[in-house]
Design a protein. Structure first.
Length: 168
């Protein structure tokens, strides 16, 4: 690294590591700060703040979607005619089977969502895997609740993105 110069071409002060580190450029250079002056670097601000906020929102989405999924499962287990089938579909299960799938996966997704909110180490990887299962589950559930399934698939994709891009 070269020493800063004044307009006449001479050095402005002692080099880094000496007792006269009073030049503001030296403090930033010796501290290793390479972020632009606007604060939008790849440090703990700027872009990663979006990812951290997205991770928190993903945890909330997983908690709420897990609870709603568990309630859907309970409803499907209790009454076999809660959902009506729309058309023929290749992937068809008995509605009671769907109820148990929703109940189990809903509970596990909710627990992982709360783990993400608590910033647990295991929760991020588990959240990505469970969100992928969540997307597949609601793809297969499309004939029973098409609008909610599309919304749930979009939420699952967002959760996967948010958990995969957060570097914390």
């Amino acid at each position: 690294m070269t020493q800063p110069t004044d307009p006449q071409g001479g050095p402005t002060g002692p080099g880094p590591g000496t007792t006269g580190d009073t030049h503001p450029g030296w403090a930033a250079a010796s501290a290793g700060n390479t972020a632009p002056a606007g604060g939008k670097g790849s440090g703990s601000d700027g872009g990663s703040a979006w990812a951290a906020g997205g991770t928190m929102f993903a945890g909330v989405l997983m908690g709420v979607a897990g609870i709603v999924g568990a309630l859907q499962g309970i409803a499907a287990i209790a009454e076999d005619d809660v959902y009506t089938r729309i058309g023929d579909y290749v992937f068809s299960f008995d509605l009671t089977t769907w109820g148990w799938i929703h109940l189990f996966l809903g509970i596990v997704v909710a627990v992982a969502g709360f783990g993400i909110l608590k910033n647990q180490d295991w929760a991020r990887g588990a959240g990505i895997g469970l969100a992928a299962l969540f997307v597949v589950e609601y793809f297969l559930f499309l004939p029973y609740a098409p609008v909610w399934s599309v919304i749930a698939i979009a939420m699952g994709v967002f959760v996967i993105w948010a958990l995969a891009t957060d570097k914390s």
